[in-house]
Design a protein around this ligand. Structure first.
Ligand code: NDP
Length: 607
């Protein structure tokens, strides 16, 4: 067995490989995604919006529009901003929440903050003239920025909040989408942009007995401050006499647990798989640095980060944080052969996770707790986390880690949580159990889409989607989708959203300018795009996570169904995907789209 020297520590790659395998096998379960419950039926109360006054009503609308945007998170807002900038003003934005913000509307749990640097994560900083107050801004600041974008680009007057699409049909005679909503609206839109979000559908673990719990419980994305007291940045004073349990130790829990630990009388953290938690080193924005920024700085910084975390060379590392350290591939890029590059990359991953484990040992005083908090998997198997108070929270006398050794919570009773046959009594149970990420597109949206000939998108995509660039699909004219499906993925996800929003607005604007009534991709263009995705798999940027511990990143460790396989995105890296879209737009040919024209002038609307 060979040992690899790294600074002071030596490790054996073989031993780590075996340990990773063991930890993965411990966690594999045959029910995969079916282990989770969505927030409907018995669990519908979990989905209620705690941030709005109950009893909201408004008159139903009947309107003709150029564009309907579904979703008021970053994706939908950016699409709307780009539409306005292109001179398209006849649009509505439908949003389930009571305001703009999407993720940042819903996720108000204590400690919520962006985990990617705010100077690259928060969009439109140059257009709005806003500079975040910290390197990693907290949720209320990001939510306020969303509201500022809403005001500055006059999006509020187009918004229909607390509203969800109920039905969406292509009306062949009108050449429009006919959309009805939960508020009784009847909207006839020439184009629909769907920006439904990738993590908007919260899930609960299907733990036996979950419905019998008689204490108070909620999901992290519906934080109940009426119960806990306090707010996202102030002490939860009402927990001072409460025993609180939190189920889950993913990226959300890592941010929330220090705050629960600081306020609850007793906190039990129920863990199935530990997160890897690196150094955060948040800091206030340096005013002197701000003064040095030149026009175009944000785009440059965003691209620099995306290049580095895609394993591409860059002259400088502008962000210089845990992410760019984790993805630093200088060593493997210098390798003399692809095989050597893979070997060096794997060794670097082992070394970086050894550092993460050493950090746990250095901070957490109880050796048993420290061992249980050490993650044994490759860095990207779970969303890497960065936090400076999380690990130290387990040194508090009122905080207990209840490690389930990969098995998960056994049972929930009316009074508490059972692990290894022992009941932990709690007054309040917080589910930090995450969101549906993969899975049927329309099920996640919450409505089906019926295109030409009444064909349901759910049926059409039963064995997987067919698209051009992940954004348009044959049989669904004038429908533009902003999603992960057959598009691309990025650590800084807003980078991709911004490009997709730009692309959607370009298509709509071009159609309106050129008198195009409908657009949809040809069969051939869809097949070619799938071919492009398939050949991009050779480029080595793909991360299937087959050897990872189960989680949403690898379909819970099970062989994915055809529908998920066919959803795969472009694997040549985020920047290449963006270049494909940009070059396609630059040519101006609208290549691969089938167009029908009308003599009618550009439509006008009121919103
Ligand atoms: P995750 O899906 O990452 O975590 C869910 C947690 O619940 C996991 O620890 C999981 O364990 C645990 N769990 C599930 N079932 C059980 C069970 N039966 N018993 C015990 N534990 C269980 O959800 P999060 O909300 O934490 O994060 C989702 C994503 O949101 C992140 O990956 C990230 O992309 C994003 N996020 C982004 C932030 C940002 O700042 N931009 C901040 C927070 C989140 P196991 O790992 O074993 O499945």
């Amino acid at each position: 067995m060979s040992g690899t020297k790294t600074g002071e520590a030596a490790f054996s790659p073989e031993a780590l490989r075996a340990k990773y395998r063991l930890e993965r096998e411990k966690r594999l379960r045959s029910d995969g995604n079916a282990q989770y419950r969505d927030l409907s039926g018995l669990y519908a109360d979990f989905d209620k919006d705690p941030y709005v006054e109950p009893g909201f009503t408004r008159a139903a609308l009947t309107e003709k529009l150029d564009v309907l945007v579904v979703g008021g998170g970053f994706g939908g807002m950016l699409a709307a901003v780009r539409l306005r900038q292109a001179g398209v003003h006849s649009f509505r934005i439908i949003e389930k929440g009571g305001d703009f913000g999407g993720t940042w509307y819903w996720n108000r749990y204590p400690g919520a903050a962006c985990d990617v640097e705010s100077y690259i994560y928060m969009p439109l900083l140059e257009e709005t003239g806003y500079i975040p107050t910290e390197k990693y801004a907290k949720a209320p600041e990001i939510f306020a920025h969303c509201q500022q974008i809403g005001r500055q680009f006059d999006l509020y007057k187009a918004a229909l909040f607390q509203t969800q699409v109920e039905q969406m049909d292509w009306d062949e005679s009108a050449q429009r989408w006919s959309v009805t909503t939960t508020r009784g609206d009847k909207l006839a839109a020439r184009f629909v942009v769907i920006a439904g979000g990738i993590m908007h559908k919260a899930k609960l673990p299907g733990i036996p007995g979950i419905e019998t719990f008689k204490g108070h419980s909620f999901h992290t994305s519906r934080w109940d401050y009426a119960y806990t007291g306090g707010g996202p940045t102030s002490r939860m004073t009402r927990l001072a006499d409460k025993r609180v349990g939190i189920i889950g130790t993913g990226a959300t829990a890592v941010q929330a647990i220090p705050h629960l630990g600081a306020t609850a009388r007793q906190l039990y953290v129920f863990q199935r798989t530990p997160s890897g938690v690196g150094v955060r080193a948040n800091q206030p924005t340096d005013e002197a640095w701000v003064k040095t920024l030149k026009p175009g700085w944000q785009e440059e910084r965003i691209r620099n980060f995306t290049a580095l975390v895609s394993g591409l060379p860059a002259e400088a590392d502008l962000v210089r944080d845990g992410w760019t350290y984790l993805f630093d591939s200088t060593e493997s890029r210098r390798a003399e052969s692809p095989e050597k590059a893979v070997e060096l990359h794997q060794l670097a991953n082992f070394r970086k996770m050894e550092e993460v484990r050493a950090r746990v040992a250095a901070i957490v005083k109880d050796p048993g707790t420290a061992e249980a908090l050490k993650p044994y998997y490759d860095p990207l198997c779970k969303r890497p986390c960065f936090h400076d108070e999380y690990l130290d929270t387990f040194n508090r006398p009122n905080v207990q880690l209840v490690d389930t050794d990969g098995k998960g919570v056994e049972r929930i009773t009316p009074t508490g949580v059972v692990v290894n046959g022992k009941e932990y009594e709690v007054d309040c149970l917080v589910y930090a159990s995450g969101f549906e990420v993969t899975g049927d597109y329309t099920r996640k949206l919450g409505f089906d889409i019926r295109g030409r000939g009444g064909k349901s998108l759910r049926d059409a995509w039963a064995d997987g989607p067919s698209t051009l660039h992940g954004m348009t699909s044959r049989g669904y004219p004038n429908l533009l989708m902003i999603s992960l499906i057959q598009s691309s993925w990025a650590i800084n996800f807003v980078h991709i959203l911004g490009e997709q929003a730009q692309h959607a607005a370009y298509l709509i604007d071009q159609c309106l300018k050129r008198g195009v009534e409908t657009l949809e991709p040809t069969e051939q263009a869809q097949a070619q795009w799938w071919g492009t995705i398939m050949s991009s798999l050779q480029k080595g940027h793909v991360f299937g996570g087959a050897e990872c511990t189960p989680g949403y990143i690898n379909n819970e460790g099970l062989q994915p169904p055809l529908s998920v396989i066919r959803s795969a995105g472009y694997a040549g890296g985020t920047l290449e995907f963006i270049d494909i879209l940009r070059n396609w737009r630059k040519s101006g040919e609208l290549e691969g789209l089938e167009l029908t024209h009308s003599a009618a002038p550009r439509a006008t609307g009121t919103a």
